[in-house]
Design a protein around this ligand. Structure first.
Ligand SMILES: Cc1cc2nc3c(=O)[nH]c(=O)nc-3n(C[C@H](O)[C@H](O)[C@H](O)COP(=O)(O)OP(=O)(O)OC[C@H]3O[C@@H](n4cnc5c(N)ncnc54)[C@H](O)[C@@H]3O)c2cc1C
Length: 421
């Protein structure tokens, strides 16, 4: 090691990157966290921004603020474009940053299965901007339906299609149904928002396929009760601004939301490293990139082997576990100590809400549904919010929402040419 403090560079301040930085808090190293955004986003609650329950600032926090007490950490807002592994330099859109250890935690984004041209018509939910864009489109669809006298146009404007019945698709569908059936029910004069058609489309045979069949059936029944049409074994063949084509036929819809498929960040391409079909870097047992013991990939951008040889899932607790592991490993190496044993992922459970009073929870043998499941879901999510102030705020907003059916963040702050019409 040269005659200076070792440099640890972490690219990405999502769940994995923040956890890795925190694990290095006491390490004798200069830690640089690079992110193209100035904030860390709590993605599990983004759908509540998209459906006007929470405001962006309730689910995202400045990275600088999160790491402000960590004296050895520097935050740079820059977009990484490539890595020179020979010179050990990270190239960004503005500066070059040298490293001795590099942690890649750049996450994943939506995959349109080779049809990126669908993205404009069917935005996915990943960043704060996505949440506010989808919120705008949903609210504008109701506004324009109120304006039009054309019955077919009104029908299309009041049709919302969500593609993909994983946790995000299910949560979006349940929340939009409640916006239409309850929140907006009495706010319009020419249309009845309760007549809105909400369709959840899934290519596979059942919703939330990672859950056991009984819970998956429960989710489907709950969605149906809330007025969501669930279409399984229905593959999308085209999306445009006026609707969705399925193998079974076309659905005219002004609002389409993409919640199917993810693809990893281009980190594997920066390194020329081996990757799986989703573009995730294939990492070794210590999460290092083969041939580069000083470079690690974690979270959604890494393909790591989990228990029983199954891949570690792309969820927040997995990214956090990997971040902590790599941070501890680097700290141990800097101290000249033996590193921890190979990474072992511990699956804590699965959970998702199906609207305001209902959730499914599977933690080991514990299975909860309905109101109890929903309370459990609320507590877990409140607990993981970064700022104490936000825990109180969000708890209060949810209680208010629960008692009144109101959603406080129903503002349309701009109108764009690509909005529903
Ligand atoms: C809508 C939605 C709902 C979800 N719900 C749940 C849930 O309920 N429970 C759960 O456990 N998981 C959920 N997930 C999954 C979970 O959010 C991810 O598994 C987790 O965020 C992965 O963490 P990460 O650190 O790998 O990446 P991320 O948290 O995505 O962070 C990646 C970071 O890298 C930055 N970045 C990317 N590219 C660059 C670049 N070139 N240069 C600089 N910075 C870059 C990004 O700005 C971002 O801050 C959800 C995901 C989504 C999208």
């Amino acid at each position: 090691m040269p005659d200076r403090r070792p440099r640890v560079v972490i690219v990405g301040a999502g769940f994995g990157g923040i956890e890795a930085a925190r694990a290095l808090k006491r390490a004798p190293a200069d830690v640089t966290v690079i992110d193209k955004q100035n904030h860390h986003c709590f993605q599990p609650l983004l759908y509540q921004v998209a459906t006007a329950a929470l405001s962006p600032a309730d689910v995202a926090w400045p990275i600088r603020r999160i790491l402000r007490r960590q004296k050895n950490a520097t935050v740079l807002m820059a977009e990484v474009r490539g890595i020179d592994t020979d010179k050990r330099i990270v190239r960004t859109d503005s500066v070059e940053v040298g490293y001795d250890f590099l942690v890649l935690a750049t996450g994943a984004t939506h995959s349109y299965f080779g049809h990126d041209e669908w993205a404009e018509a069917a935005p996915g939910l990943k960043r704060i901007e996505d949440g506010t864009r989808i919120r705008r489109r949903i609210l504008i669809a109701f506004e324009r339906a109120e304006l039009t006298a054309d019955a077919a146009a009104r029908r299309r404007l009041l049709t919302f299609v969500i593609v993909g019945a994983g946790a995000t698709g299910v949560e979006m569908a349940g929340a939009i149904a409640e916006v239409a059936r309850q929140t907006l029910a009495r706010d319009f004069r020419r249309i009845d928002p309760r007549t809105a058609r909400i369709v959840l489309v899934e290519a596979g045979p059942r919703v939330m396929p990672t859950l056991p069949e009984n819970l998956s059936d429960y989710v489907r029944a709950t969605l149906t009760r809330k007025g969501v049409e669930v279409m399984t074994s229905a593959r999308v063949t085209n999306c445009d601004t006026r609707g969705v084509d399925l193998e079974q036929g076309r659905i005219d819809a002004a609002t389409i939301i993409w919640a199917a498929g993810v693809v990893a960040s281009p980190a594997a391409q920066w390194l020329g490293a081996a990757h799986d079909r989703a573009g995730r870097i294939t990492v070794g047992p210590d999460l290092s990139v083969p041939g580069h013991p000083e470079i690690f990939a974690i979270g959604d951008t890494a393909a790591a082997a989990g228990p029983n040889g199954r891949p570690v899932p792309g969820i927040a607790p997995a990214a956090k576990q990997m971040g902590r592991y790599v941070g501890d490993l680097i700290a141990a190496r800097l101290a000249g100590a033996a590193g921890p044993p190979p990474f072992r992922y511990h699956h804590q459970g699965d959970l998702a809400t199906v609207g305001r009073q209902s959730a499914v929870v599977k933690f080991g043998r514990l299975e909860l549904t309905g109101f109890i499941g929903w309370l459990f879901w609320c507590v877990v999510h409140i607990f993981f919010l970064v700022e104490v102030r936000d825990r109180f705020m969000v708890a209060f907003i949810w209680l208010w929402d629960y008692l009144t059916f109101q959603r406080g963040a129903r503002l349309i702050t701009e109108v764009r040419p690509d909005d529903p019409r």
